[in-house]
Design a protein around this ligand. Structure first.
Ligand code: PYC
Length: 422
């Protein structure tokens, strides 16, 4: 069943001028509601995965008695801290199919949500500086092509045509031997995605509860029966863990152990300059990725911090290291100034693939373990988990990402395509 958005406001250019000049408050994009004593579904985590799950439950399946619980403000975790890169050039066929569906949902998201999410297809380059990464790029290109995904290995002169500032000469300390070029990759504005899903879910009747922390999960026998929060208890038979950073903690509340370690991932942004970088550039060997925002800033990041931690503070060590690597690639950026840096939390699994689906506790579902690639998967994960709850069947697209694979030895080795998040 498909539902139309009930009451999404529309604004004209006149409204924009009126609010700008008068300083009057814009109407809220979603409403604060009273916490109900029971819900059909409780989603833990008000990031892009939780909001997408709630939206698709309501929009695709007509399940609207849904609460999203967020211990801080919506999008305050990994959803507001990532570098907004989207791509589907993974290594395993299952990964490629899954992320391709996400990319397609992202392409149509502005129209679906009637909200400008600033989708920007700009091409994605993963550079190879040695023979073994070139081999992995070729492997990925072949798997991608078999799955119908645009991906090919290109030579230094073709890379130079796409990104003139890259040092593709043989004189570089880490010469660029080639790159995996993935034209559909790009960026999408991460906070706009959060707000778009929140607004649409709210309009369909979903309750969004900010500053509502889950402090316990009630299990009777082997089923979920409720959730304890800092604002009181909720009775429910379905709980979905859509958290990042605290996913193992929330699962443990239901008695479910997760094979997850949590690491900070830092990123930084420079002052804005004229647009010159039209592709997303990644170097796994140098542990750096960079793209230019619509405002002209360079957003760049590296691999996760070397030790598990819950710290979300940036460090000078990180900025110095990653800026040095960026200059190895593009020496002409030497005079750009870094404006700010931040960190988010990444839940890393042993095989660098996420964990989605059922658990030994009936009614307790997980959508966790997203490492450094969670943002790009939010639409497809939300769509699949919503379908799973509505139909009580695991969609084929996510069947291989189940929790049981770790005890049954069916790992989904994605390390070779997990960007530089390792
Ligand atoms: O997987 O594309 C990626 C990515 C970029 C930044 C962090 N992860």
């Amino acid at each position: 069943m498909r539902h139309r958005h009930r009451s999404l406001p529309r604004y004209s250019a006149f409204d924009l001028v009126r609010h700008g000049v008068s300083g009057s408050r814009w109407p809220s994009v979603w409403q604060a509601r009273d916490l109900q004593p029971s819900y059909d579904v409780v989603v833990v985590g008000g990031g892009v995965h939780g909001l997408a799950t709630a939206y698709y439950l309501a929009h695709h399946h007509g399940i609207t008695n849904v609460a999203v619980l967020e211990k801080s403000y919506l999008g305050s975790g990994a959803s507001g801290r990532n570098t907004a890169i989207i791509r589907s050039n993974y290594l395993t066929p299952e990964g490629v199919r899954f992320y391709d569906r996400s990319l397609k949902l992202y392409q149509a998201l502005a129209a679906d949500l009637n909200f400008n999410v600033m989708f920007s297809r700009r091409g994605h380059l993963t550079l190879a500086h040695n023979d073994s990464s070139l081999r992995t790029m070729r492997w990925r290109a072949e798997v991608n092509k078999l799955e119908g995904i645009e991906s090919e290995v290109i030579a230094p002169n073709e890379i130079k045509e796409l990104v003139g500032h890259l040092d593709t000469s043989g004189r570089a300390r880490y010469p660029i031997l080639g790159a995996l070029y993935h034209p559909p990759g790009g960026t999408i504005r991460h906070d706009a995605v959060v707000w778009g899903y929140a607004r649409a879910a709210n309009a369909l009747g979903v309750h969004l509860h900010q500053y509502t922390e889950v402090i316990g999960i009630d299990v009777g026998g082997d089923r979920v029966v409720g959730v304890q929060t800092n604002r009181g208890p909720i009775a429910t038979s379905v709980v979905v863990n859509c958290t990042a950073g605290w996913s193992s903690l929330i699962s443990k509340m239901a008695g479910v152990e997760m094979p997850i370690k949590t690491f900070p991932l830092q990123a930084a942004v420079t002052e804005p300059v004229r647009p010159f970088l039209h592709a997303v550039v990644v170097s796994g060997t140098l542990h750096v990725y960079v793209s230019q925002t619509d405002r002209g800033e360079l957003v760049f990041g590296a691999s996760v911090d070397p030790f598990p931690s819950y710290s979300m503070r940036g460090s000078l060590e990180f900025t110095e290291g990653v800026a040095g690597h960026l200059l190895e690639l593009m020496p002409s950026l030497a005079n750009m100034r870094v404006l700010r840096q931040w960190a988010g939390l990444c839940d890393v699994t042993p095989d660098f693939s996420p964990i989605m689906g059922v658990t030994p506790i009936t009614g307790f579902y997980v959508d966790v373990g997203w490492g450094t690639y969670g943002f790009k998967a939010a639409p497809v994960a939300g769509e699949a988990i919503a379908q799973m709850i509505a139909t009580k069947k695991t969609p084929t697209l996510i069947a291989s990402f189940d929790l049981a694979r770790f005890s049954e030895g069916r790992l989904m080795a994605e390390k070779g395509a997990a960007a530089v998040g390792h």
